[in-house]
Design a binder for this molecule. Structure first.
Ligand code: 13P
Length: 339
């Protein structure tokens, strides 16, 4: 493999006990939605300011080892000279890039979705690498509804993830492989577990077929949860169900599993991660985060688009990252939310 040394170095820089990944790769429509909630217009400049607030948070590197950026952000600067990827790496946070082009319905397969973006991927990755990206992220989405996702949908999505991951490793970027079974809907935790198991089992089978080196990738899965309009599950139940699926499907060669938050509240996402780490025993992989909303939500509310709130917003982000750092060690307590 041409870029083996680079890939190994990136994994070493990203996989640390007690550190996780900050997902700041919201597409333009998604960031506009987040900004609307705090009455901030989404412009190139407000997006630049917000991403600069995130990467320049003092001491963030103690708890965060990687940041996923959106294409636009890769070329933006924190000030006149430093680019945002450079600012991240200045505090030893590895910059990465979301490379998929979003989901569309899978043709002739009602209820299934498929993610676009494979055409020209190798060329795009070479450009992103020049701009400082050392890893990439691609998300496939599965909705539980009636008979969906179908077996065919699960296999088609696995194929996309594996082809993306193979191109990444060929070009020297560590792939984050993200199969997200949504928590939206009425399903119970058993159905979510069964679908997540089928999805991950298919993903690893196809990764193997496409010669993807499991030691040089990161898995970004959903936790196993009941649907949002079903009953609430306690952290211990979520942890037991999540670990059961992971143990059945994820080979020990994968160095790190970094969960997405998927619409859980910041407190819920931290408490569930804590329970997972408490129950994990001598699990072969690191169990960490790659949260978007669950890391940024409170900080965004503090910021409100105002320069005078930047320091407090950074303090809020740092606190959330610290609480998740404790959860990665199974040492989080809800009482710490108050301090
Ligand atoms: P959430 O943690 O908000 O689900 O975002 C993570 C992500 O990157 C989704 O692709």
């Amino acid at each position: 493999m041409q870029y083996l040394d680079e890939l190994e170095a990136t994994i070493r820089d990203m996989v640390h006990k007690g550190r996780g990944i900050l997902a700041a790769d919201e597409s333009e429509p998604t960031i506009a939605k987040r900004f609307k909630a705090i009455k901030v217009d989404s412009t190139e400049e407000t997006r630049r300011i917000w991403r600069r607030v995130l990467v320049t948070t003092p001491s963030l590197c103690e708890y965060i080892s990687g940041i996923i950026l959106f294409e636009e952000t890769l070329g933006q600067k924190t000030n006149d000279v430093t680019t945002i990827p450079e600012a991240a790496w200045a505090q030893h946070i590895v910059p990465g890039i979301k490379v998929d082009k979003g989901k569309i319905p899978l043709a002739l397969s009602p209820g299934d979705l498929i993610t676009q973006g494979l055409d020209g991927l190798a060329e795009r990755l070479r450009e992103y690498k020049q701009q400082g990206a050392r890893f990439a992220k691609w998300r496939e989405v599965y909705t539980i509804d009636g008979h969906a996702p179908s077996r065919h949908g699960i296999e088609a999505n696995a194929e996309m993830l594996a082809r993306y991951a193979a191109v990444c490793q060929q070009e020297g970027l560590v792939p984050i492989v993200e199969p997200e079974v949504l928590m939206d809907g009425h399903h119970d935790i058993e159905r979510h577990a069964a679908v997540t198991e089928a999805v991950q089992q298919a993903v690893f089978e196809v990764l193997h077929r496409h010669h993807v080196r499991l030691e040089l990738m990161i898995l970004k899965p959903n936790m196993v949860l009941p649907g949002q309009s079903c009953r609430h599950a306690e952290p211990d139940e979520v942890a037991t169900a999540t670990l059961k699926v992971l143990r059945r499907t994820v080979p020990a060669a994968v160095p790190s599993i970094n969960f997405l938050s998927g619409g859980q509240s910041p407190e819920e996402a931290t408490a569930n991660l804590n329970a997972i780490n408490q129950q994990a025993g001598s699990a072969p992989w690191q169990l960490s985060i790659s949260y978007g909303r669950a890391l940024q939500q409170t900080a965004l509310q503090v910021w409100q688009g105002k320069a005078e709130n930047i320091k407090s917003a950074q303090a809020s982000l740092l606190k959330r990252a610290y609480l998740n750092h404790l959860a990665m060690r199974g040492e989080y307590q809800a009482a710490l939310e108050e301090g």
